[in-house]
Design a protein around this ligand. Structure first.
Ligand code: ATP
Ligand code: MG
Length: 177
């Protein structure tokens, strides 16, 4: 088993230049005043885990790049990345990097090698990180929305988080046979 050891962020949201966040422990709490970048850190983790941009606050990739002001925000050719350094039980590290390229798209790397989204996702899955479920991360506003779900909606959410949703069709097929 392993864990996220640290994040390296470059020009992502309020993180200007190259910054290392961590190391993280078995349990890590992020504290700070309003606007300190707590949510931006959660966004960085979601981003590097491949969460679709629409699920992040800030609807376009380019909005996720650090900008000191409006004129910088309009500037072209800006780049950003988030790298997650994952440390395995035996101490070996694996690096996952998602970048926003100068052309404004996403680029994925595993240990520095450019890979397609499918390979990136399956390498994460190999570590037991389920990319299809975004709800194992609790975002601002999620607590209220979870608290107001009915039992049926809660069951659906748990099925999504646990991954049993993926087996649903097989299960129903077997039951029907
Ligand atoms: P709260 O306690 O209010 O939830 P927080 O610690 O979660 O605060 P964040 O939402 O993570 O705070 O950070 C907000 C800050 O990040 C704001 O000051 C915002 O201007 C800044 N920010 C967001 N996107 C960018 C960007 N692209 N470039 C520069 N700064 C940015
Ligand atoms: Mg916040």
């Amino acid at each position: 088993s392993g864990k996220i050891h640290r994040l390296e962020v470059e020009n992502f949201k309020s993180y200007r230049g190259h910054q290392v966040i961590g190391p993280f422990h078995d349990f890590t709490a992020i504290i700070g005043p309003n606007g300190a970048a707590k949510s931006n850190l959660m966004d960085a983790i979601s981003f590097v885990l491949g969460v679709r941009t629409a699920h992040l606050r800030g609807s376009q990739l380019k909005d996720l790049i650090y900008a000191a002001d409006d004129s910088e925000r309009e500037g072209k050719g800006r780049k950003a990345f988030v790298r997650m350094v994952y440390r395995m039980g035996d101490g070996t590290e694996l690096e996952f990097t998602r970048s926003i390229t100068a052309a404004g798209g996403s680029e994925y790397r595993v240990d520095g090698r450019v890979v397609g989204w499918d390979e990136y996702k399956s390498r994460l899955k190999g570590l037991g990180i389920l990319v299809s479920a975004r709800n194992f991360l609790v975002f601002q506003g999620d607590v209220e929305s979870i608290a107001s779900k009915n039992p049926k909606e809660l069951t659906a959410l748990l099925e999504q988080i646990s991954g049993s949703e993926e087996l649903k069709r097989d299960y129903e097929q077997l039951e029907a046979d």
